[in-house]
Write a protein that binds this ligand. Structure first.
Ligand code: NIG
Ligand code: FE
Length: 418
């Protein structure tokens, strides 16, 4: 990790921190001896200034952090003793990193969902319904809705969220959505290339010109990433490439929607462009898997989509066995996956996609961090942000073993309890 403290460095004072101790199972994601999750038993975490400063056995907490000890009092120069939080033998995991959401939108599509559950197929065109409702919503309405989703996600253990535009599809509304997203996260993605809006019907290339031109110029300053939905019914590989290369030239990182509804060139394009991640990956050829395995592009799997669209789940086992880095994300949006629950993604990945509980937890935390090219989240390691989740369970396995049960007991973001 870059930007982190020296392993083993001893804090001399913890005036604005806390000691979370008596942790039955701590998932650090600092790999050790073949355990990618870096699991510690009977552990403690020391937090200072919003960052993790030490992790280790509860019986070997640094002297300077021991409340009430003469040494700690001296080291703190008389400052109050560090707060001690007793985890009661429960499990602690890193905050979830949800690297793919579409949380700024108006309306919902419950009727479309009901029709699908009665046999209708999912189609990309439903996005236009939400575009209409989003354009009609005021900033305050969108902001209130977004705030509700962020709180909902946080209560379920998500401490880092990526949020895409993509339900505006005109310069003014896409810019509004990016500004609103930027109020709640640094991980804003410009998705003007979500679908061709109705006013450009039969003029898709003209719309691509707008997205890669004036729309990018207006939205780019509020975003970190550019994305394109490369799929039949949305944008061709050539159109997607045009938008993504324009975004890159404007200083944005590349991520993509690809291979969601069928086989295609999305994954190959993402790898060729050096995308940080290609998301969905439901239909993959052997060549796609080989290309991903030989790249730095993360395959982000979104099982909430398959759950909500009755599509076949992606084969995570195939990707993991090939050496691909896999992330899990919610894809929360009103059409294909209307849930913010990362514990649900973990349960689905374990039950339906061939992942072990440890692999799924890693993918929902460290995997999401890789997908966002972040080294300050997704792990509980010295120097990392103190984004911690205390589970109401003795192990992380319970996240899949007890599906649908609210197991997130307490959440800290940057060392502050949510
Ligand atoms: O990631 N695939 C494209 N976009 C969303 C769906 C958006 C919608 O149906 O409103 C997705 O699944
Ligand atoms: Fe999506």
């Amino acid at each position: 990790m870059s930007g982190v403290g020296r392993p083993g460095a001893r804090p001399v004072s913890v005036p604005d921190g806390f000691l979370l101790t008596n942790i039955g199972e701590l998932t650090t994601n600092v790999a050790v001896d073949g355990d990618r999750c870096g699991t510690l038993r009977d552990a403690a975490v020391l937090v200072e200034g919003g960052r993790v400063v030490w992790t280790g056995p509860a019986a070997r907490v640094p002297d300077a952090a021991r409340p009430g000890s003469a040494e700690s009092a001296a080291a703190r120069g008389g400052a109050p003793a560090v707060e001690v939080i007793d985890a009661g033998g429960r499990a602690v995991v890193p905050g979830f990193v949800d690297s793919h959401t579409h949380l700024v939108f108006g309306g919902d599509r419950a009727e479309e969902f009901a029709a699908r559950m009665a046999g209708e197929p999912y189609a990309a065109g439903g996005i236009r319904t939400t575009v209409g409702a989003t354009r009609a919503a005021t900033d305050d309405e969108l902001r209130a809705r977004l705030g509700g989703f962020v709180a909902e996600a946080r209560a379920q253990g998500t401490t880092t969220l990526e949020i895409k535009t993509g339900y505006g599809l005109d310069v003014e509304t896409e810019t509004r959505l990016a500004r609103l997203a930027a109020e709640v996260t640094d991980e804003v993605t410009f998705l003007g290339a979500h679908v061709v809006p109705p006013e450009f019907a039969d003029r898709a290339d003209d719309y691509v010109d707008l997205v890669a031109g004036d729309m990018l110029a207006a939205v780019g300053p509020h975003a970190r990433w550019v994305d394109a939905f490369c799929e039949t019914g949305a944008f061709s590989p050539a159109q997607s490439r045009r938008v993504l290369e324009a975004g890159r030239a404007a200083g944005l990182g590349i991520r993509m929607h690809g291979n969601q509804l069928g086989y295609g060139e999305g994954v190959a394009l993402a790898v060729a462009l050096g995308a940080a991640a290609v998301d969905h990956c439901t239909y993959l050829s052997d060549d796609d898997v080989v290309a991903l395995a030989g790249s730095d592009t993360v395959a982000t799997l979104l099982p909430g989509v398959e759950f909500s669209t009755r599509q076949p789940y992606p084969d995570a086992r195939r990707l993991l066995d090939a050496g691909v880095t896999v992330a899990l994300a919610s894809d929360c949006n009103p059409g294909s996956s209307f849930t913010t629950s990362m514990p649900l993604m973990i349960a689905l990945a374990v039950r339906e996609m061939g992942m072990t509980p440890a692999e799924a937890l890693w993918a929902a935390t460290a995997g999401g961090a890789r997908a966002l090219r972040r080294d300050d989240v997704g792990a509980i390691a010295p120097g990392a942000r103190a984004d911690l989740v205390l589970l109401d369970a003795p192990t992380r396995v319970h996240l899949a073993y007890r599906p649908g049960v609210p197991l997130v007991r307490r959440v800290w973001k940057d060392g502050v309890e949510a």
